[in-house]
Design a protein around this ligand. Structure first.
Ligand code: CP3
Length: 339
């Protein structure tokens, strides 16, 4: 067996699989006691720049759950920090940017990323690939829109009001911003794949805030440029609340379209159209339901996923910090047992 023969990469390529592969977004962080222990006394972004910690944290859920892929432990804001943007990840809040980016002058702070800016990423991935054996490693980055939202708002936002005001009000400045972010995202993904990552996921977590027409006009060309440059590995493209955008997100160049829990996968497949695999989409809160409900919903998700040309089982968004790891272990066992 080689990594290329893994169930995960086969499903991404829409080839027949021995069992439905499964991994969880945010599996590397937060829910595991062994993770919390390792993270004691170190800041999130410092941990991301320490190869021994990155390697160990990335491996923890693979050991504990027997998932079919590892997700690299890092954060979408790591490349921004690496080019000198003054930001931090505040526990319980998320990324906070010291000086939001809103003017042409501010944009000068967003220079391209080079591999020399992130030697710890290359080292971590190389370590991981040798530790993981046949288990594929997924690299990832934030998509231009989602990164722009953090930079323009200065932190997490519900309505993305300042972001949209800039997008609609200063379209040329917006295009420059997204072009610069696409260049950074692309370079960050390229470093990971060149170091040995077998697939990439581009997280456009907050792009569901846009109607499809505006997604196509203001965002899609930039996301397309990133994904086109990564065609040597399977590309997963994910967002939350993106039911109305799934077709366009697929057309932006994904091999696998990530679906949140709001749509049944059969409906997502109909919207996405042929030639794509899907990933998802158990509601992350379902692990707090009784065991028989979890089992029924896993089964339903597998039945729905069987409608797709390829299905990677996942949650509809990240693992919640309060999740009982034993429940995720049970989900993996159920997925592997199949229908
Ligand atoms: O499985 C994994 O944990 C892989 C690593 C990973 C992290 N962030 C680690 C992290 C990944 C893939 C991400 C991506 C990420 N980061 C996204 C896209 C995914 C998504 O959820 O939509 C976004 C939007 C971010 C930005 C971000 N970073 C947020 C909103 C938060 C949460 C803040 C909080 O405390 O609730 C973070 C912090 C973060 N990133 C943590 C981890 C493990 C928690 C911080 C900690 O453990 O101290």
């Amino acid at each position: 067996m080689s990594t290329q023969d893994s169930a995960f990469l086969k499903a991404c390529r829409r080839e027949p699989v021995p069992h439905t592969p499964v991994w969880f977004m945010r599996q590397a962080g937060r829910a595991l006691p062994e993770y919390r222990k390792l993270r004691e006394g170190n800041q999130m972004l410092d941990a991301c720049a320490t190869p021994d910690l990155v390697t160990e944290i990335t491996l923890q859920p693979v050991r504990r759950y027997g998932v079919d892929a590892a997700i690299f432990f890092s954060d979408i804001v790591v490349p921004l920090k690496a080019i000198g943007v003054d930001l931090d990840i505040v526990p319980g809040v998320g990324p906070v940017v010291a000086q939001p980016i809103r003017t042409a002058e501010d944009l000068q702070r967003l220079r391209p990323l080079t591999p020399d800016d992130v030697p710890y990423i290359t080292e971590s991935i190389q370590n991981l690939v040798s530790e993981l054996g046949d288990v594929p490693l997924i690299g990832f980055a934030g998509a231009p829109f989602t990164l722009a939202s953090y930079l323009v708002e200065g932190g997490p936002s519900k309505n993305h009001a300042a972001t949209k005001a800039l997008m609609y009000g200063q379209p040329e400045l917006w295009a420059d911003l997204l072009d610069r972010l696409a260049t950074i995202t692309l370079a960050f993904l390229r470093v990971q794949v060149d170091a040995g990552a077998s697939a990439v996921q581009m997280f456009d977590s907050w792009v569901g805030a846009l109607p499809a027409k505006d997604y196509r006009a203001y965002v899609m060309p930039h996301s397309t440029r990133v994904l086109a440059a990564m065609a040597d590995v399977p590309r997963i493209h994910f967002g939350v609340g993106t039911g109305e955008l799934l077709h366009d997100m697929g057309q932006a160049g994904a091999d696998v379209v990530g679906v949140d829990w709001r749509l049944p996968l059969s409906e997502a497949v109909a919207r996405i159209g042929p030639g794509k695999a899907v990933q998802g989409n158990l509601d992350p809160t379902l692990v707090f339901a009784p065991d028989d409900v979890i089992a029924a919903k896993v089964r339903e998700t597998l039945e729905e996923g069987a409608q797709a040309e390829g299905h990677v089982f996942n949650l509809g968004h990240g693992v919640l910090p309060e999740t009982d790891p034993d429940k995720l272990l049970r989900v993996v066992e159920l997925v592997h047992a199949g229908l």
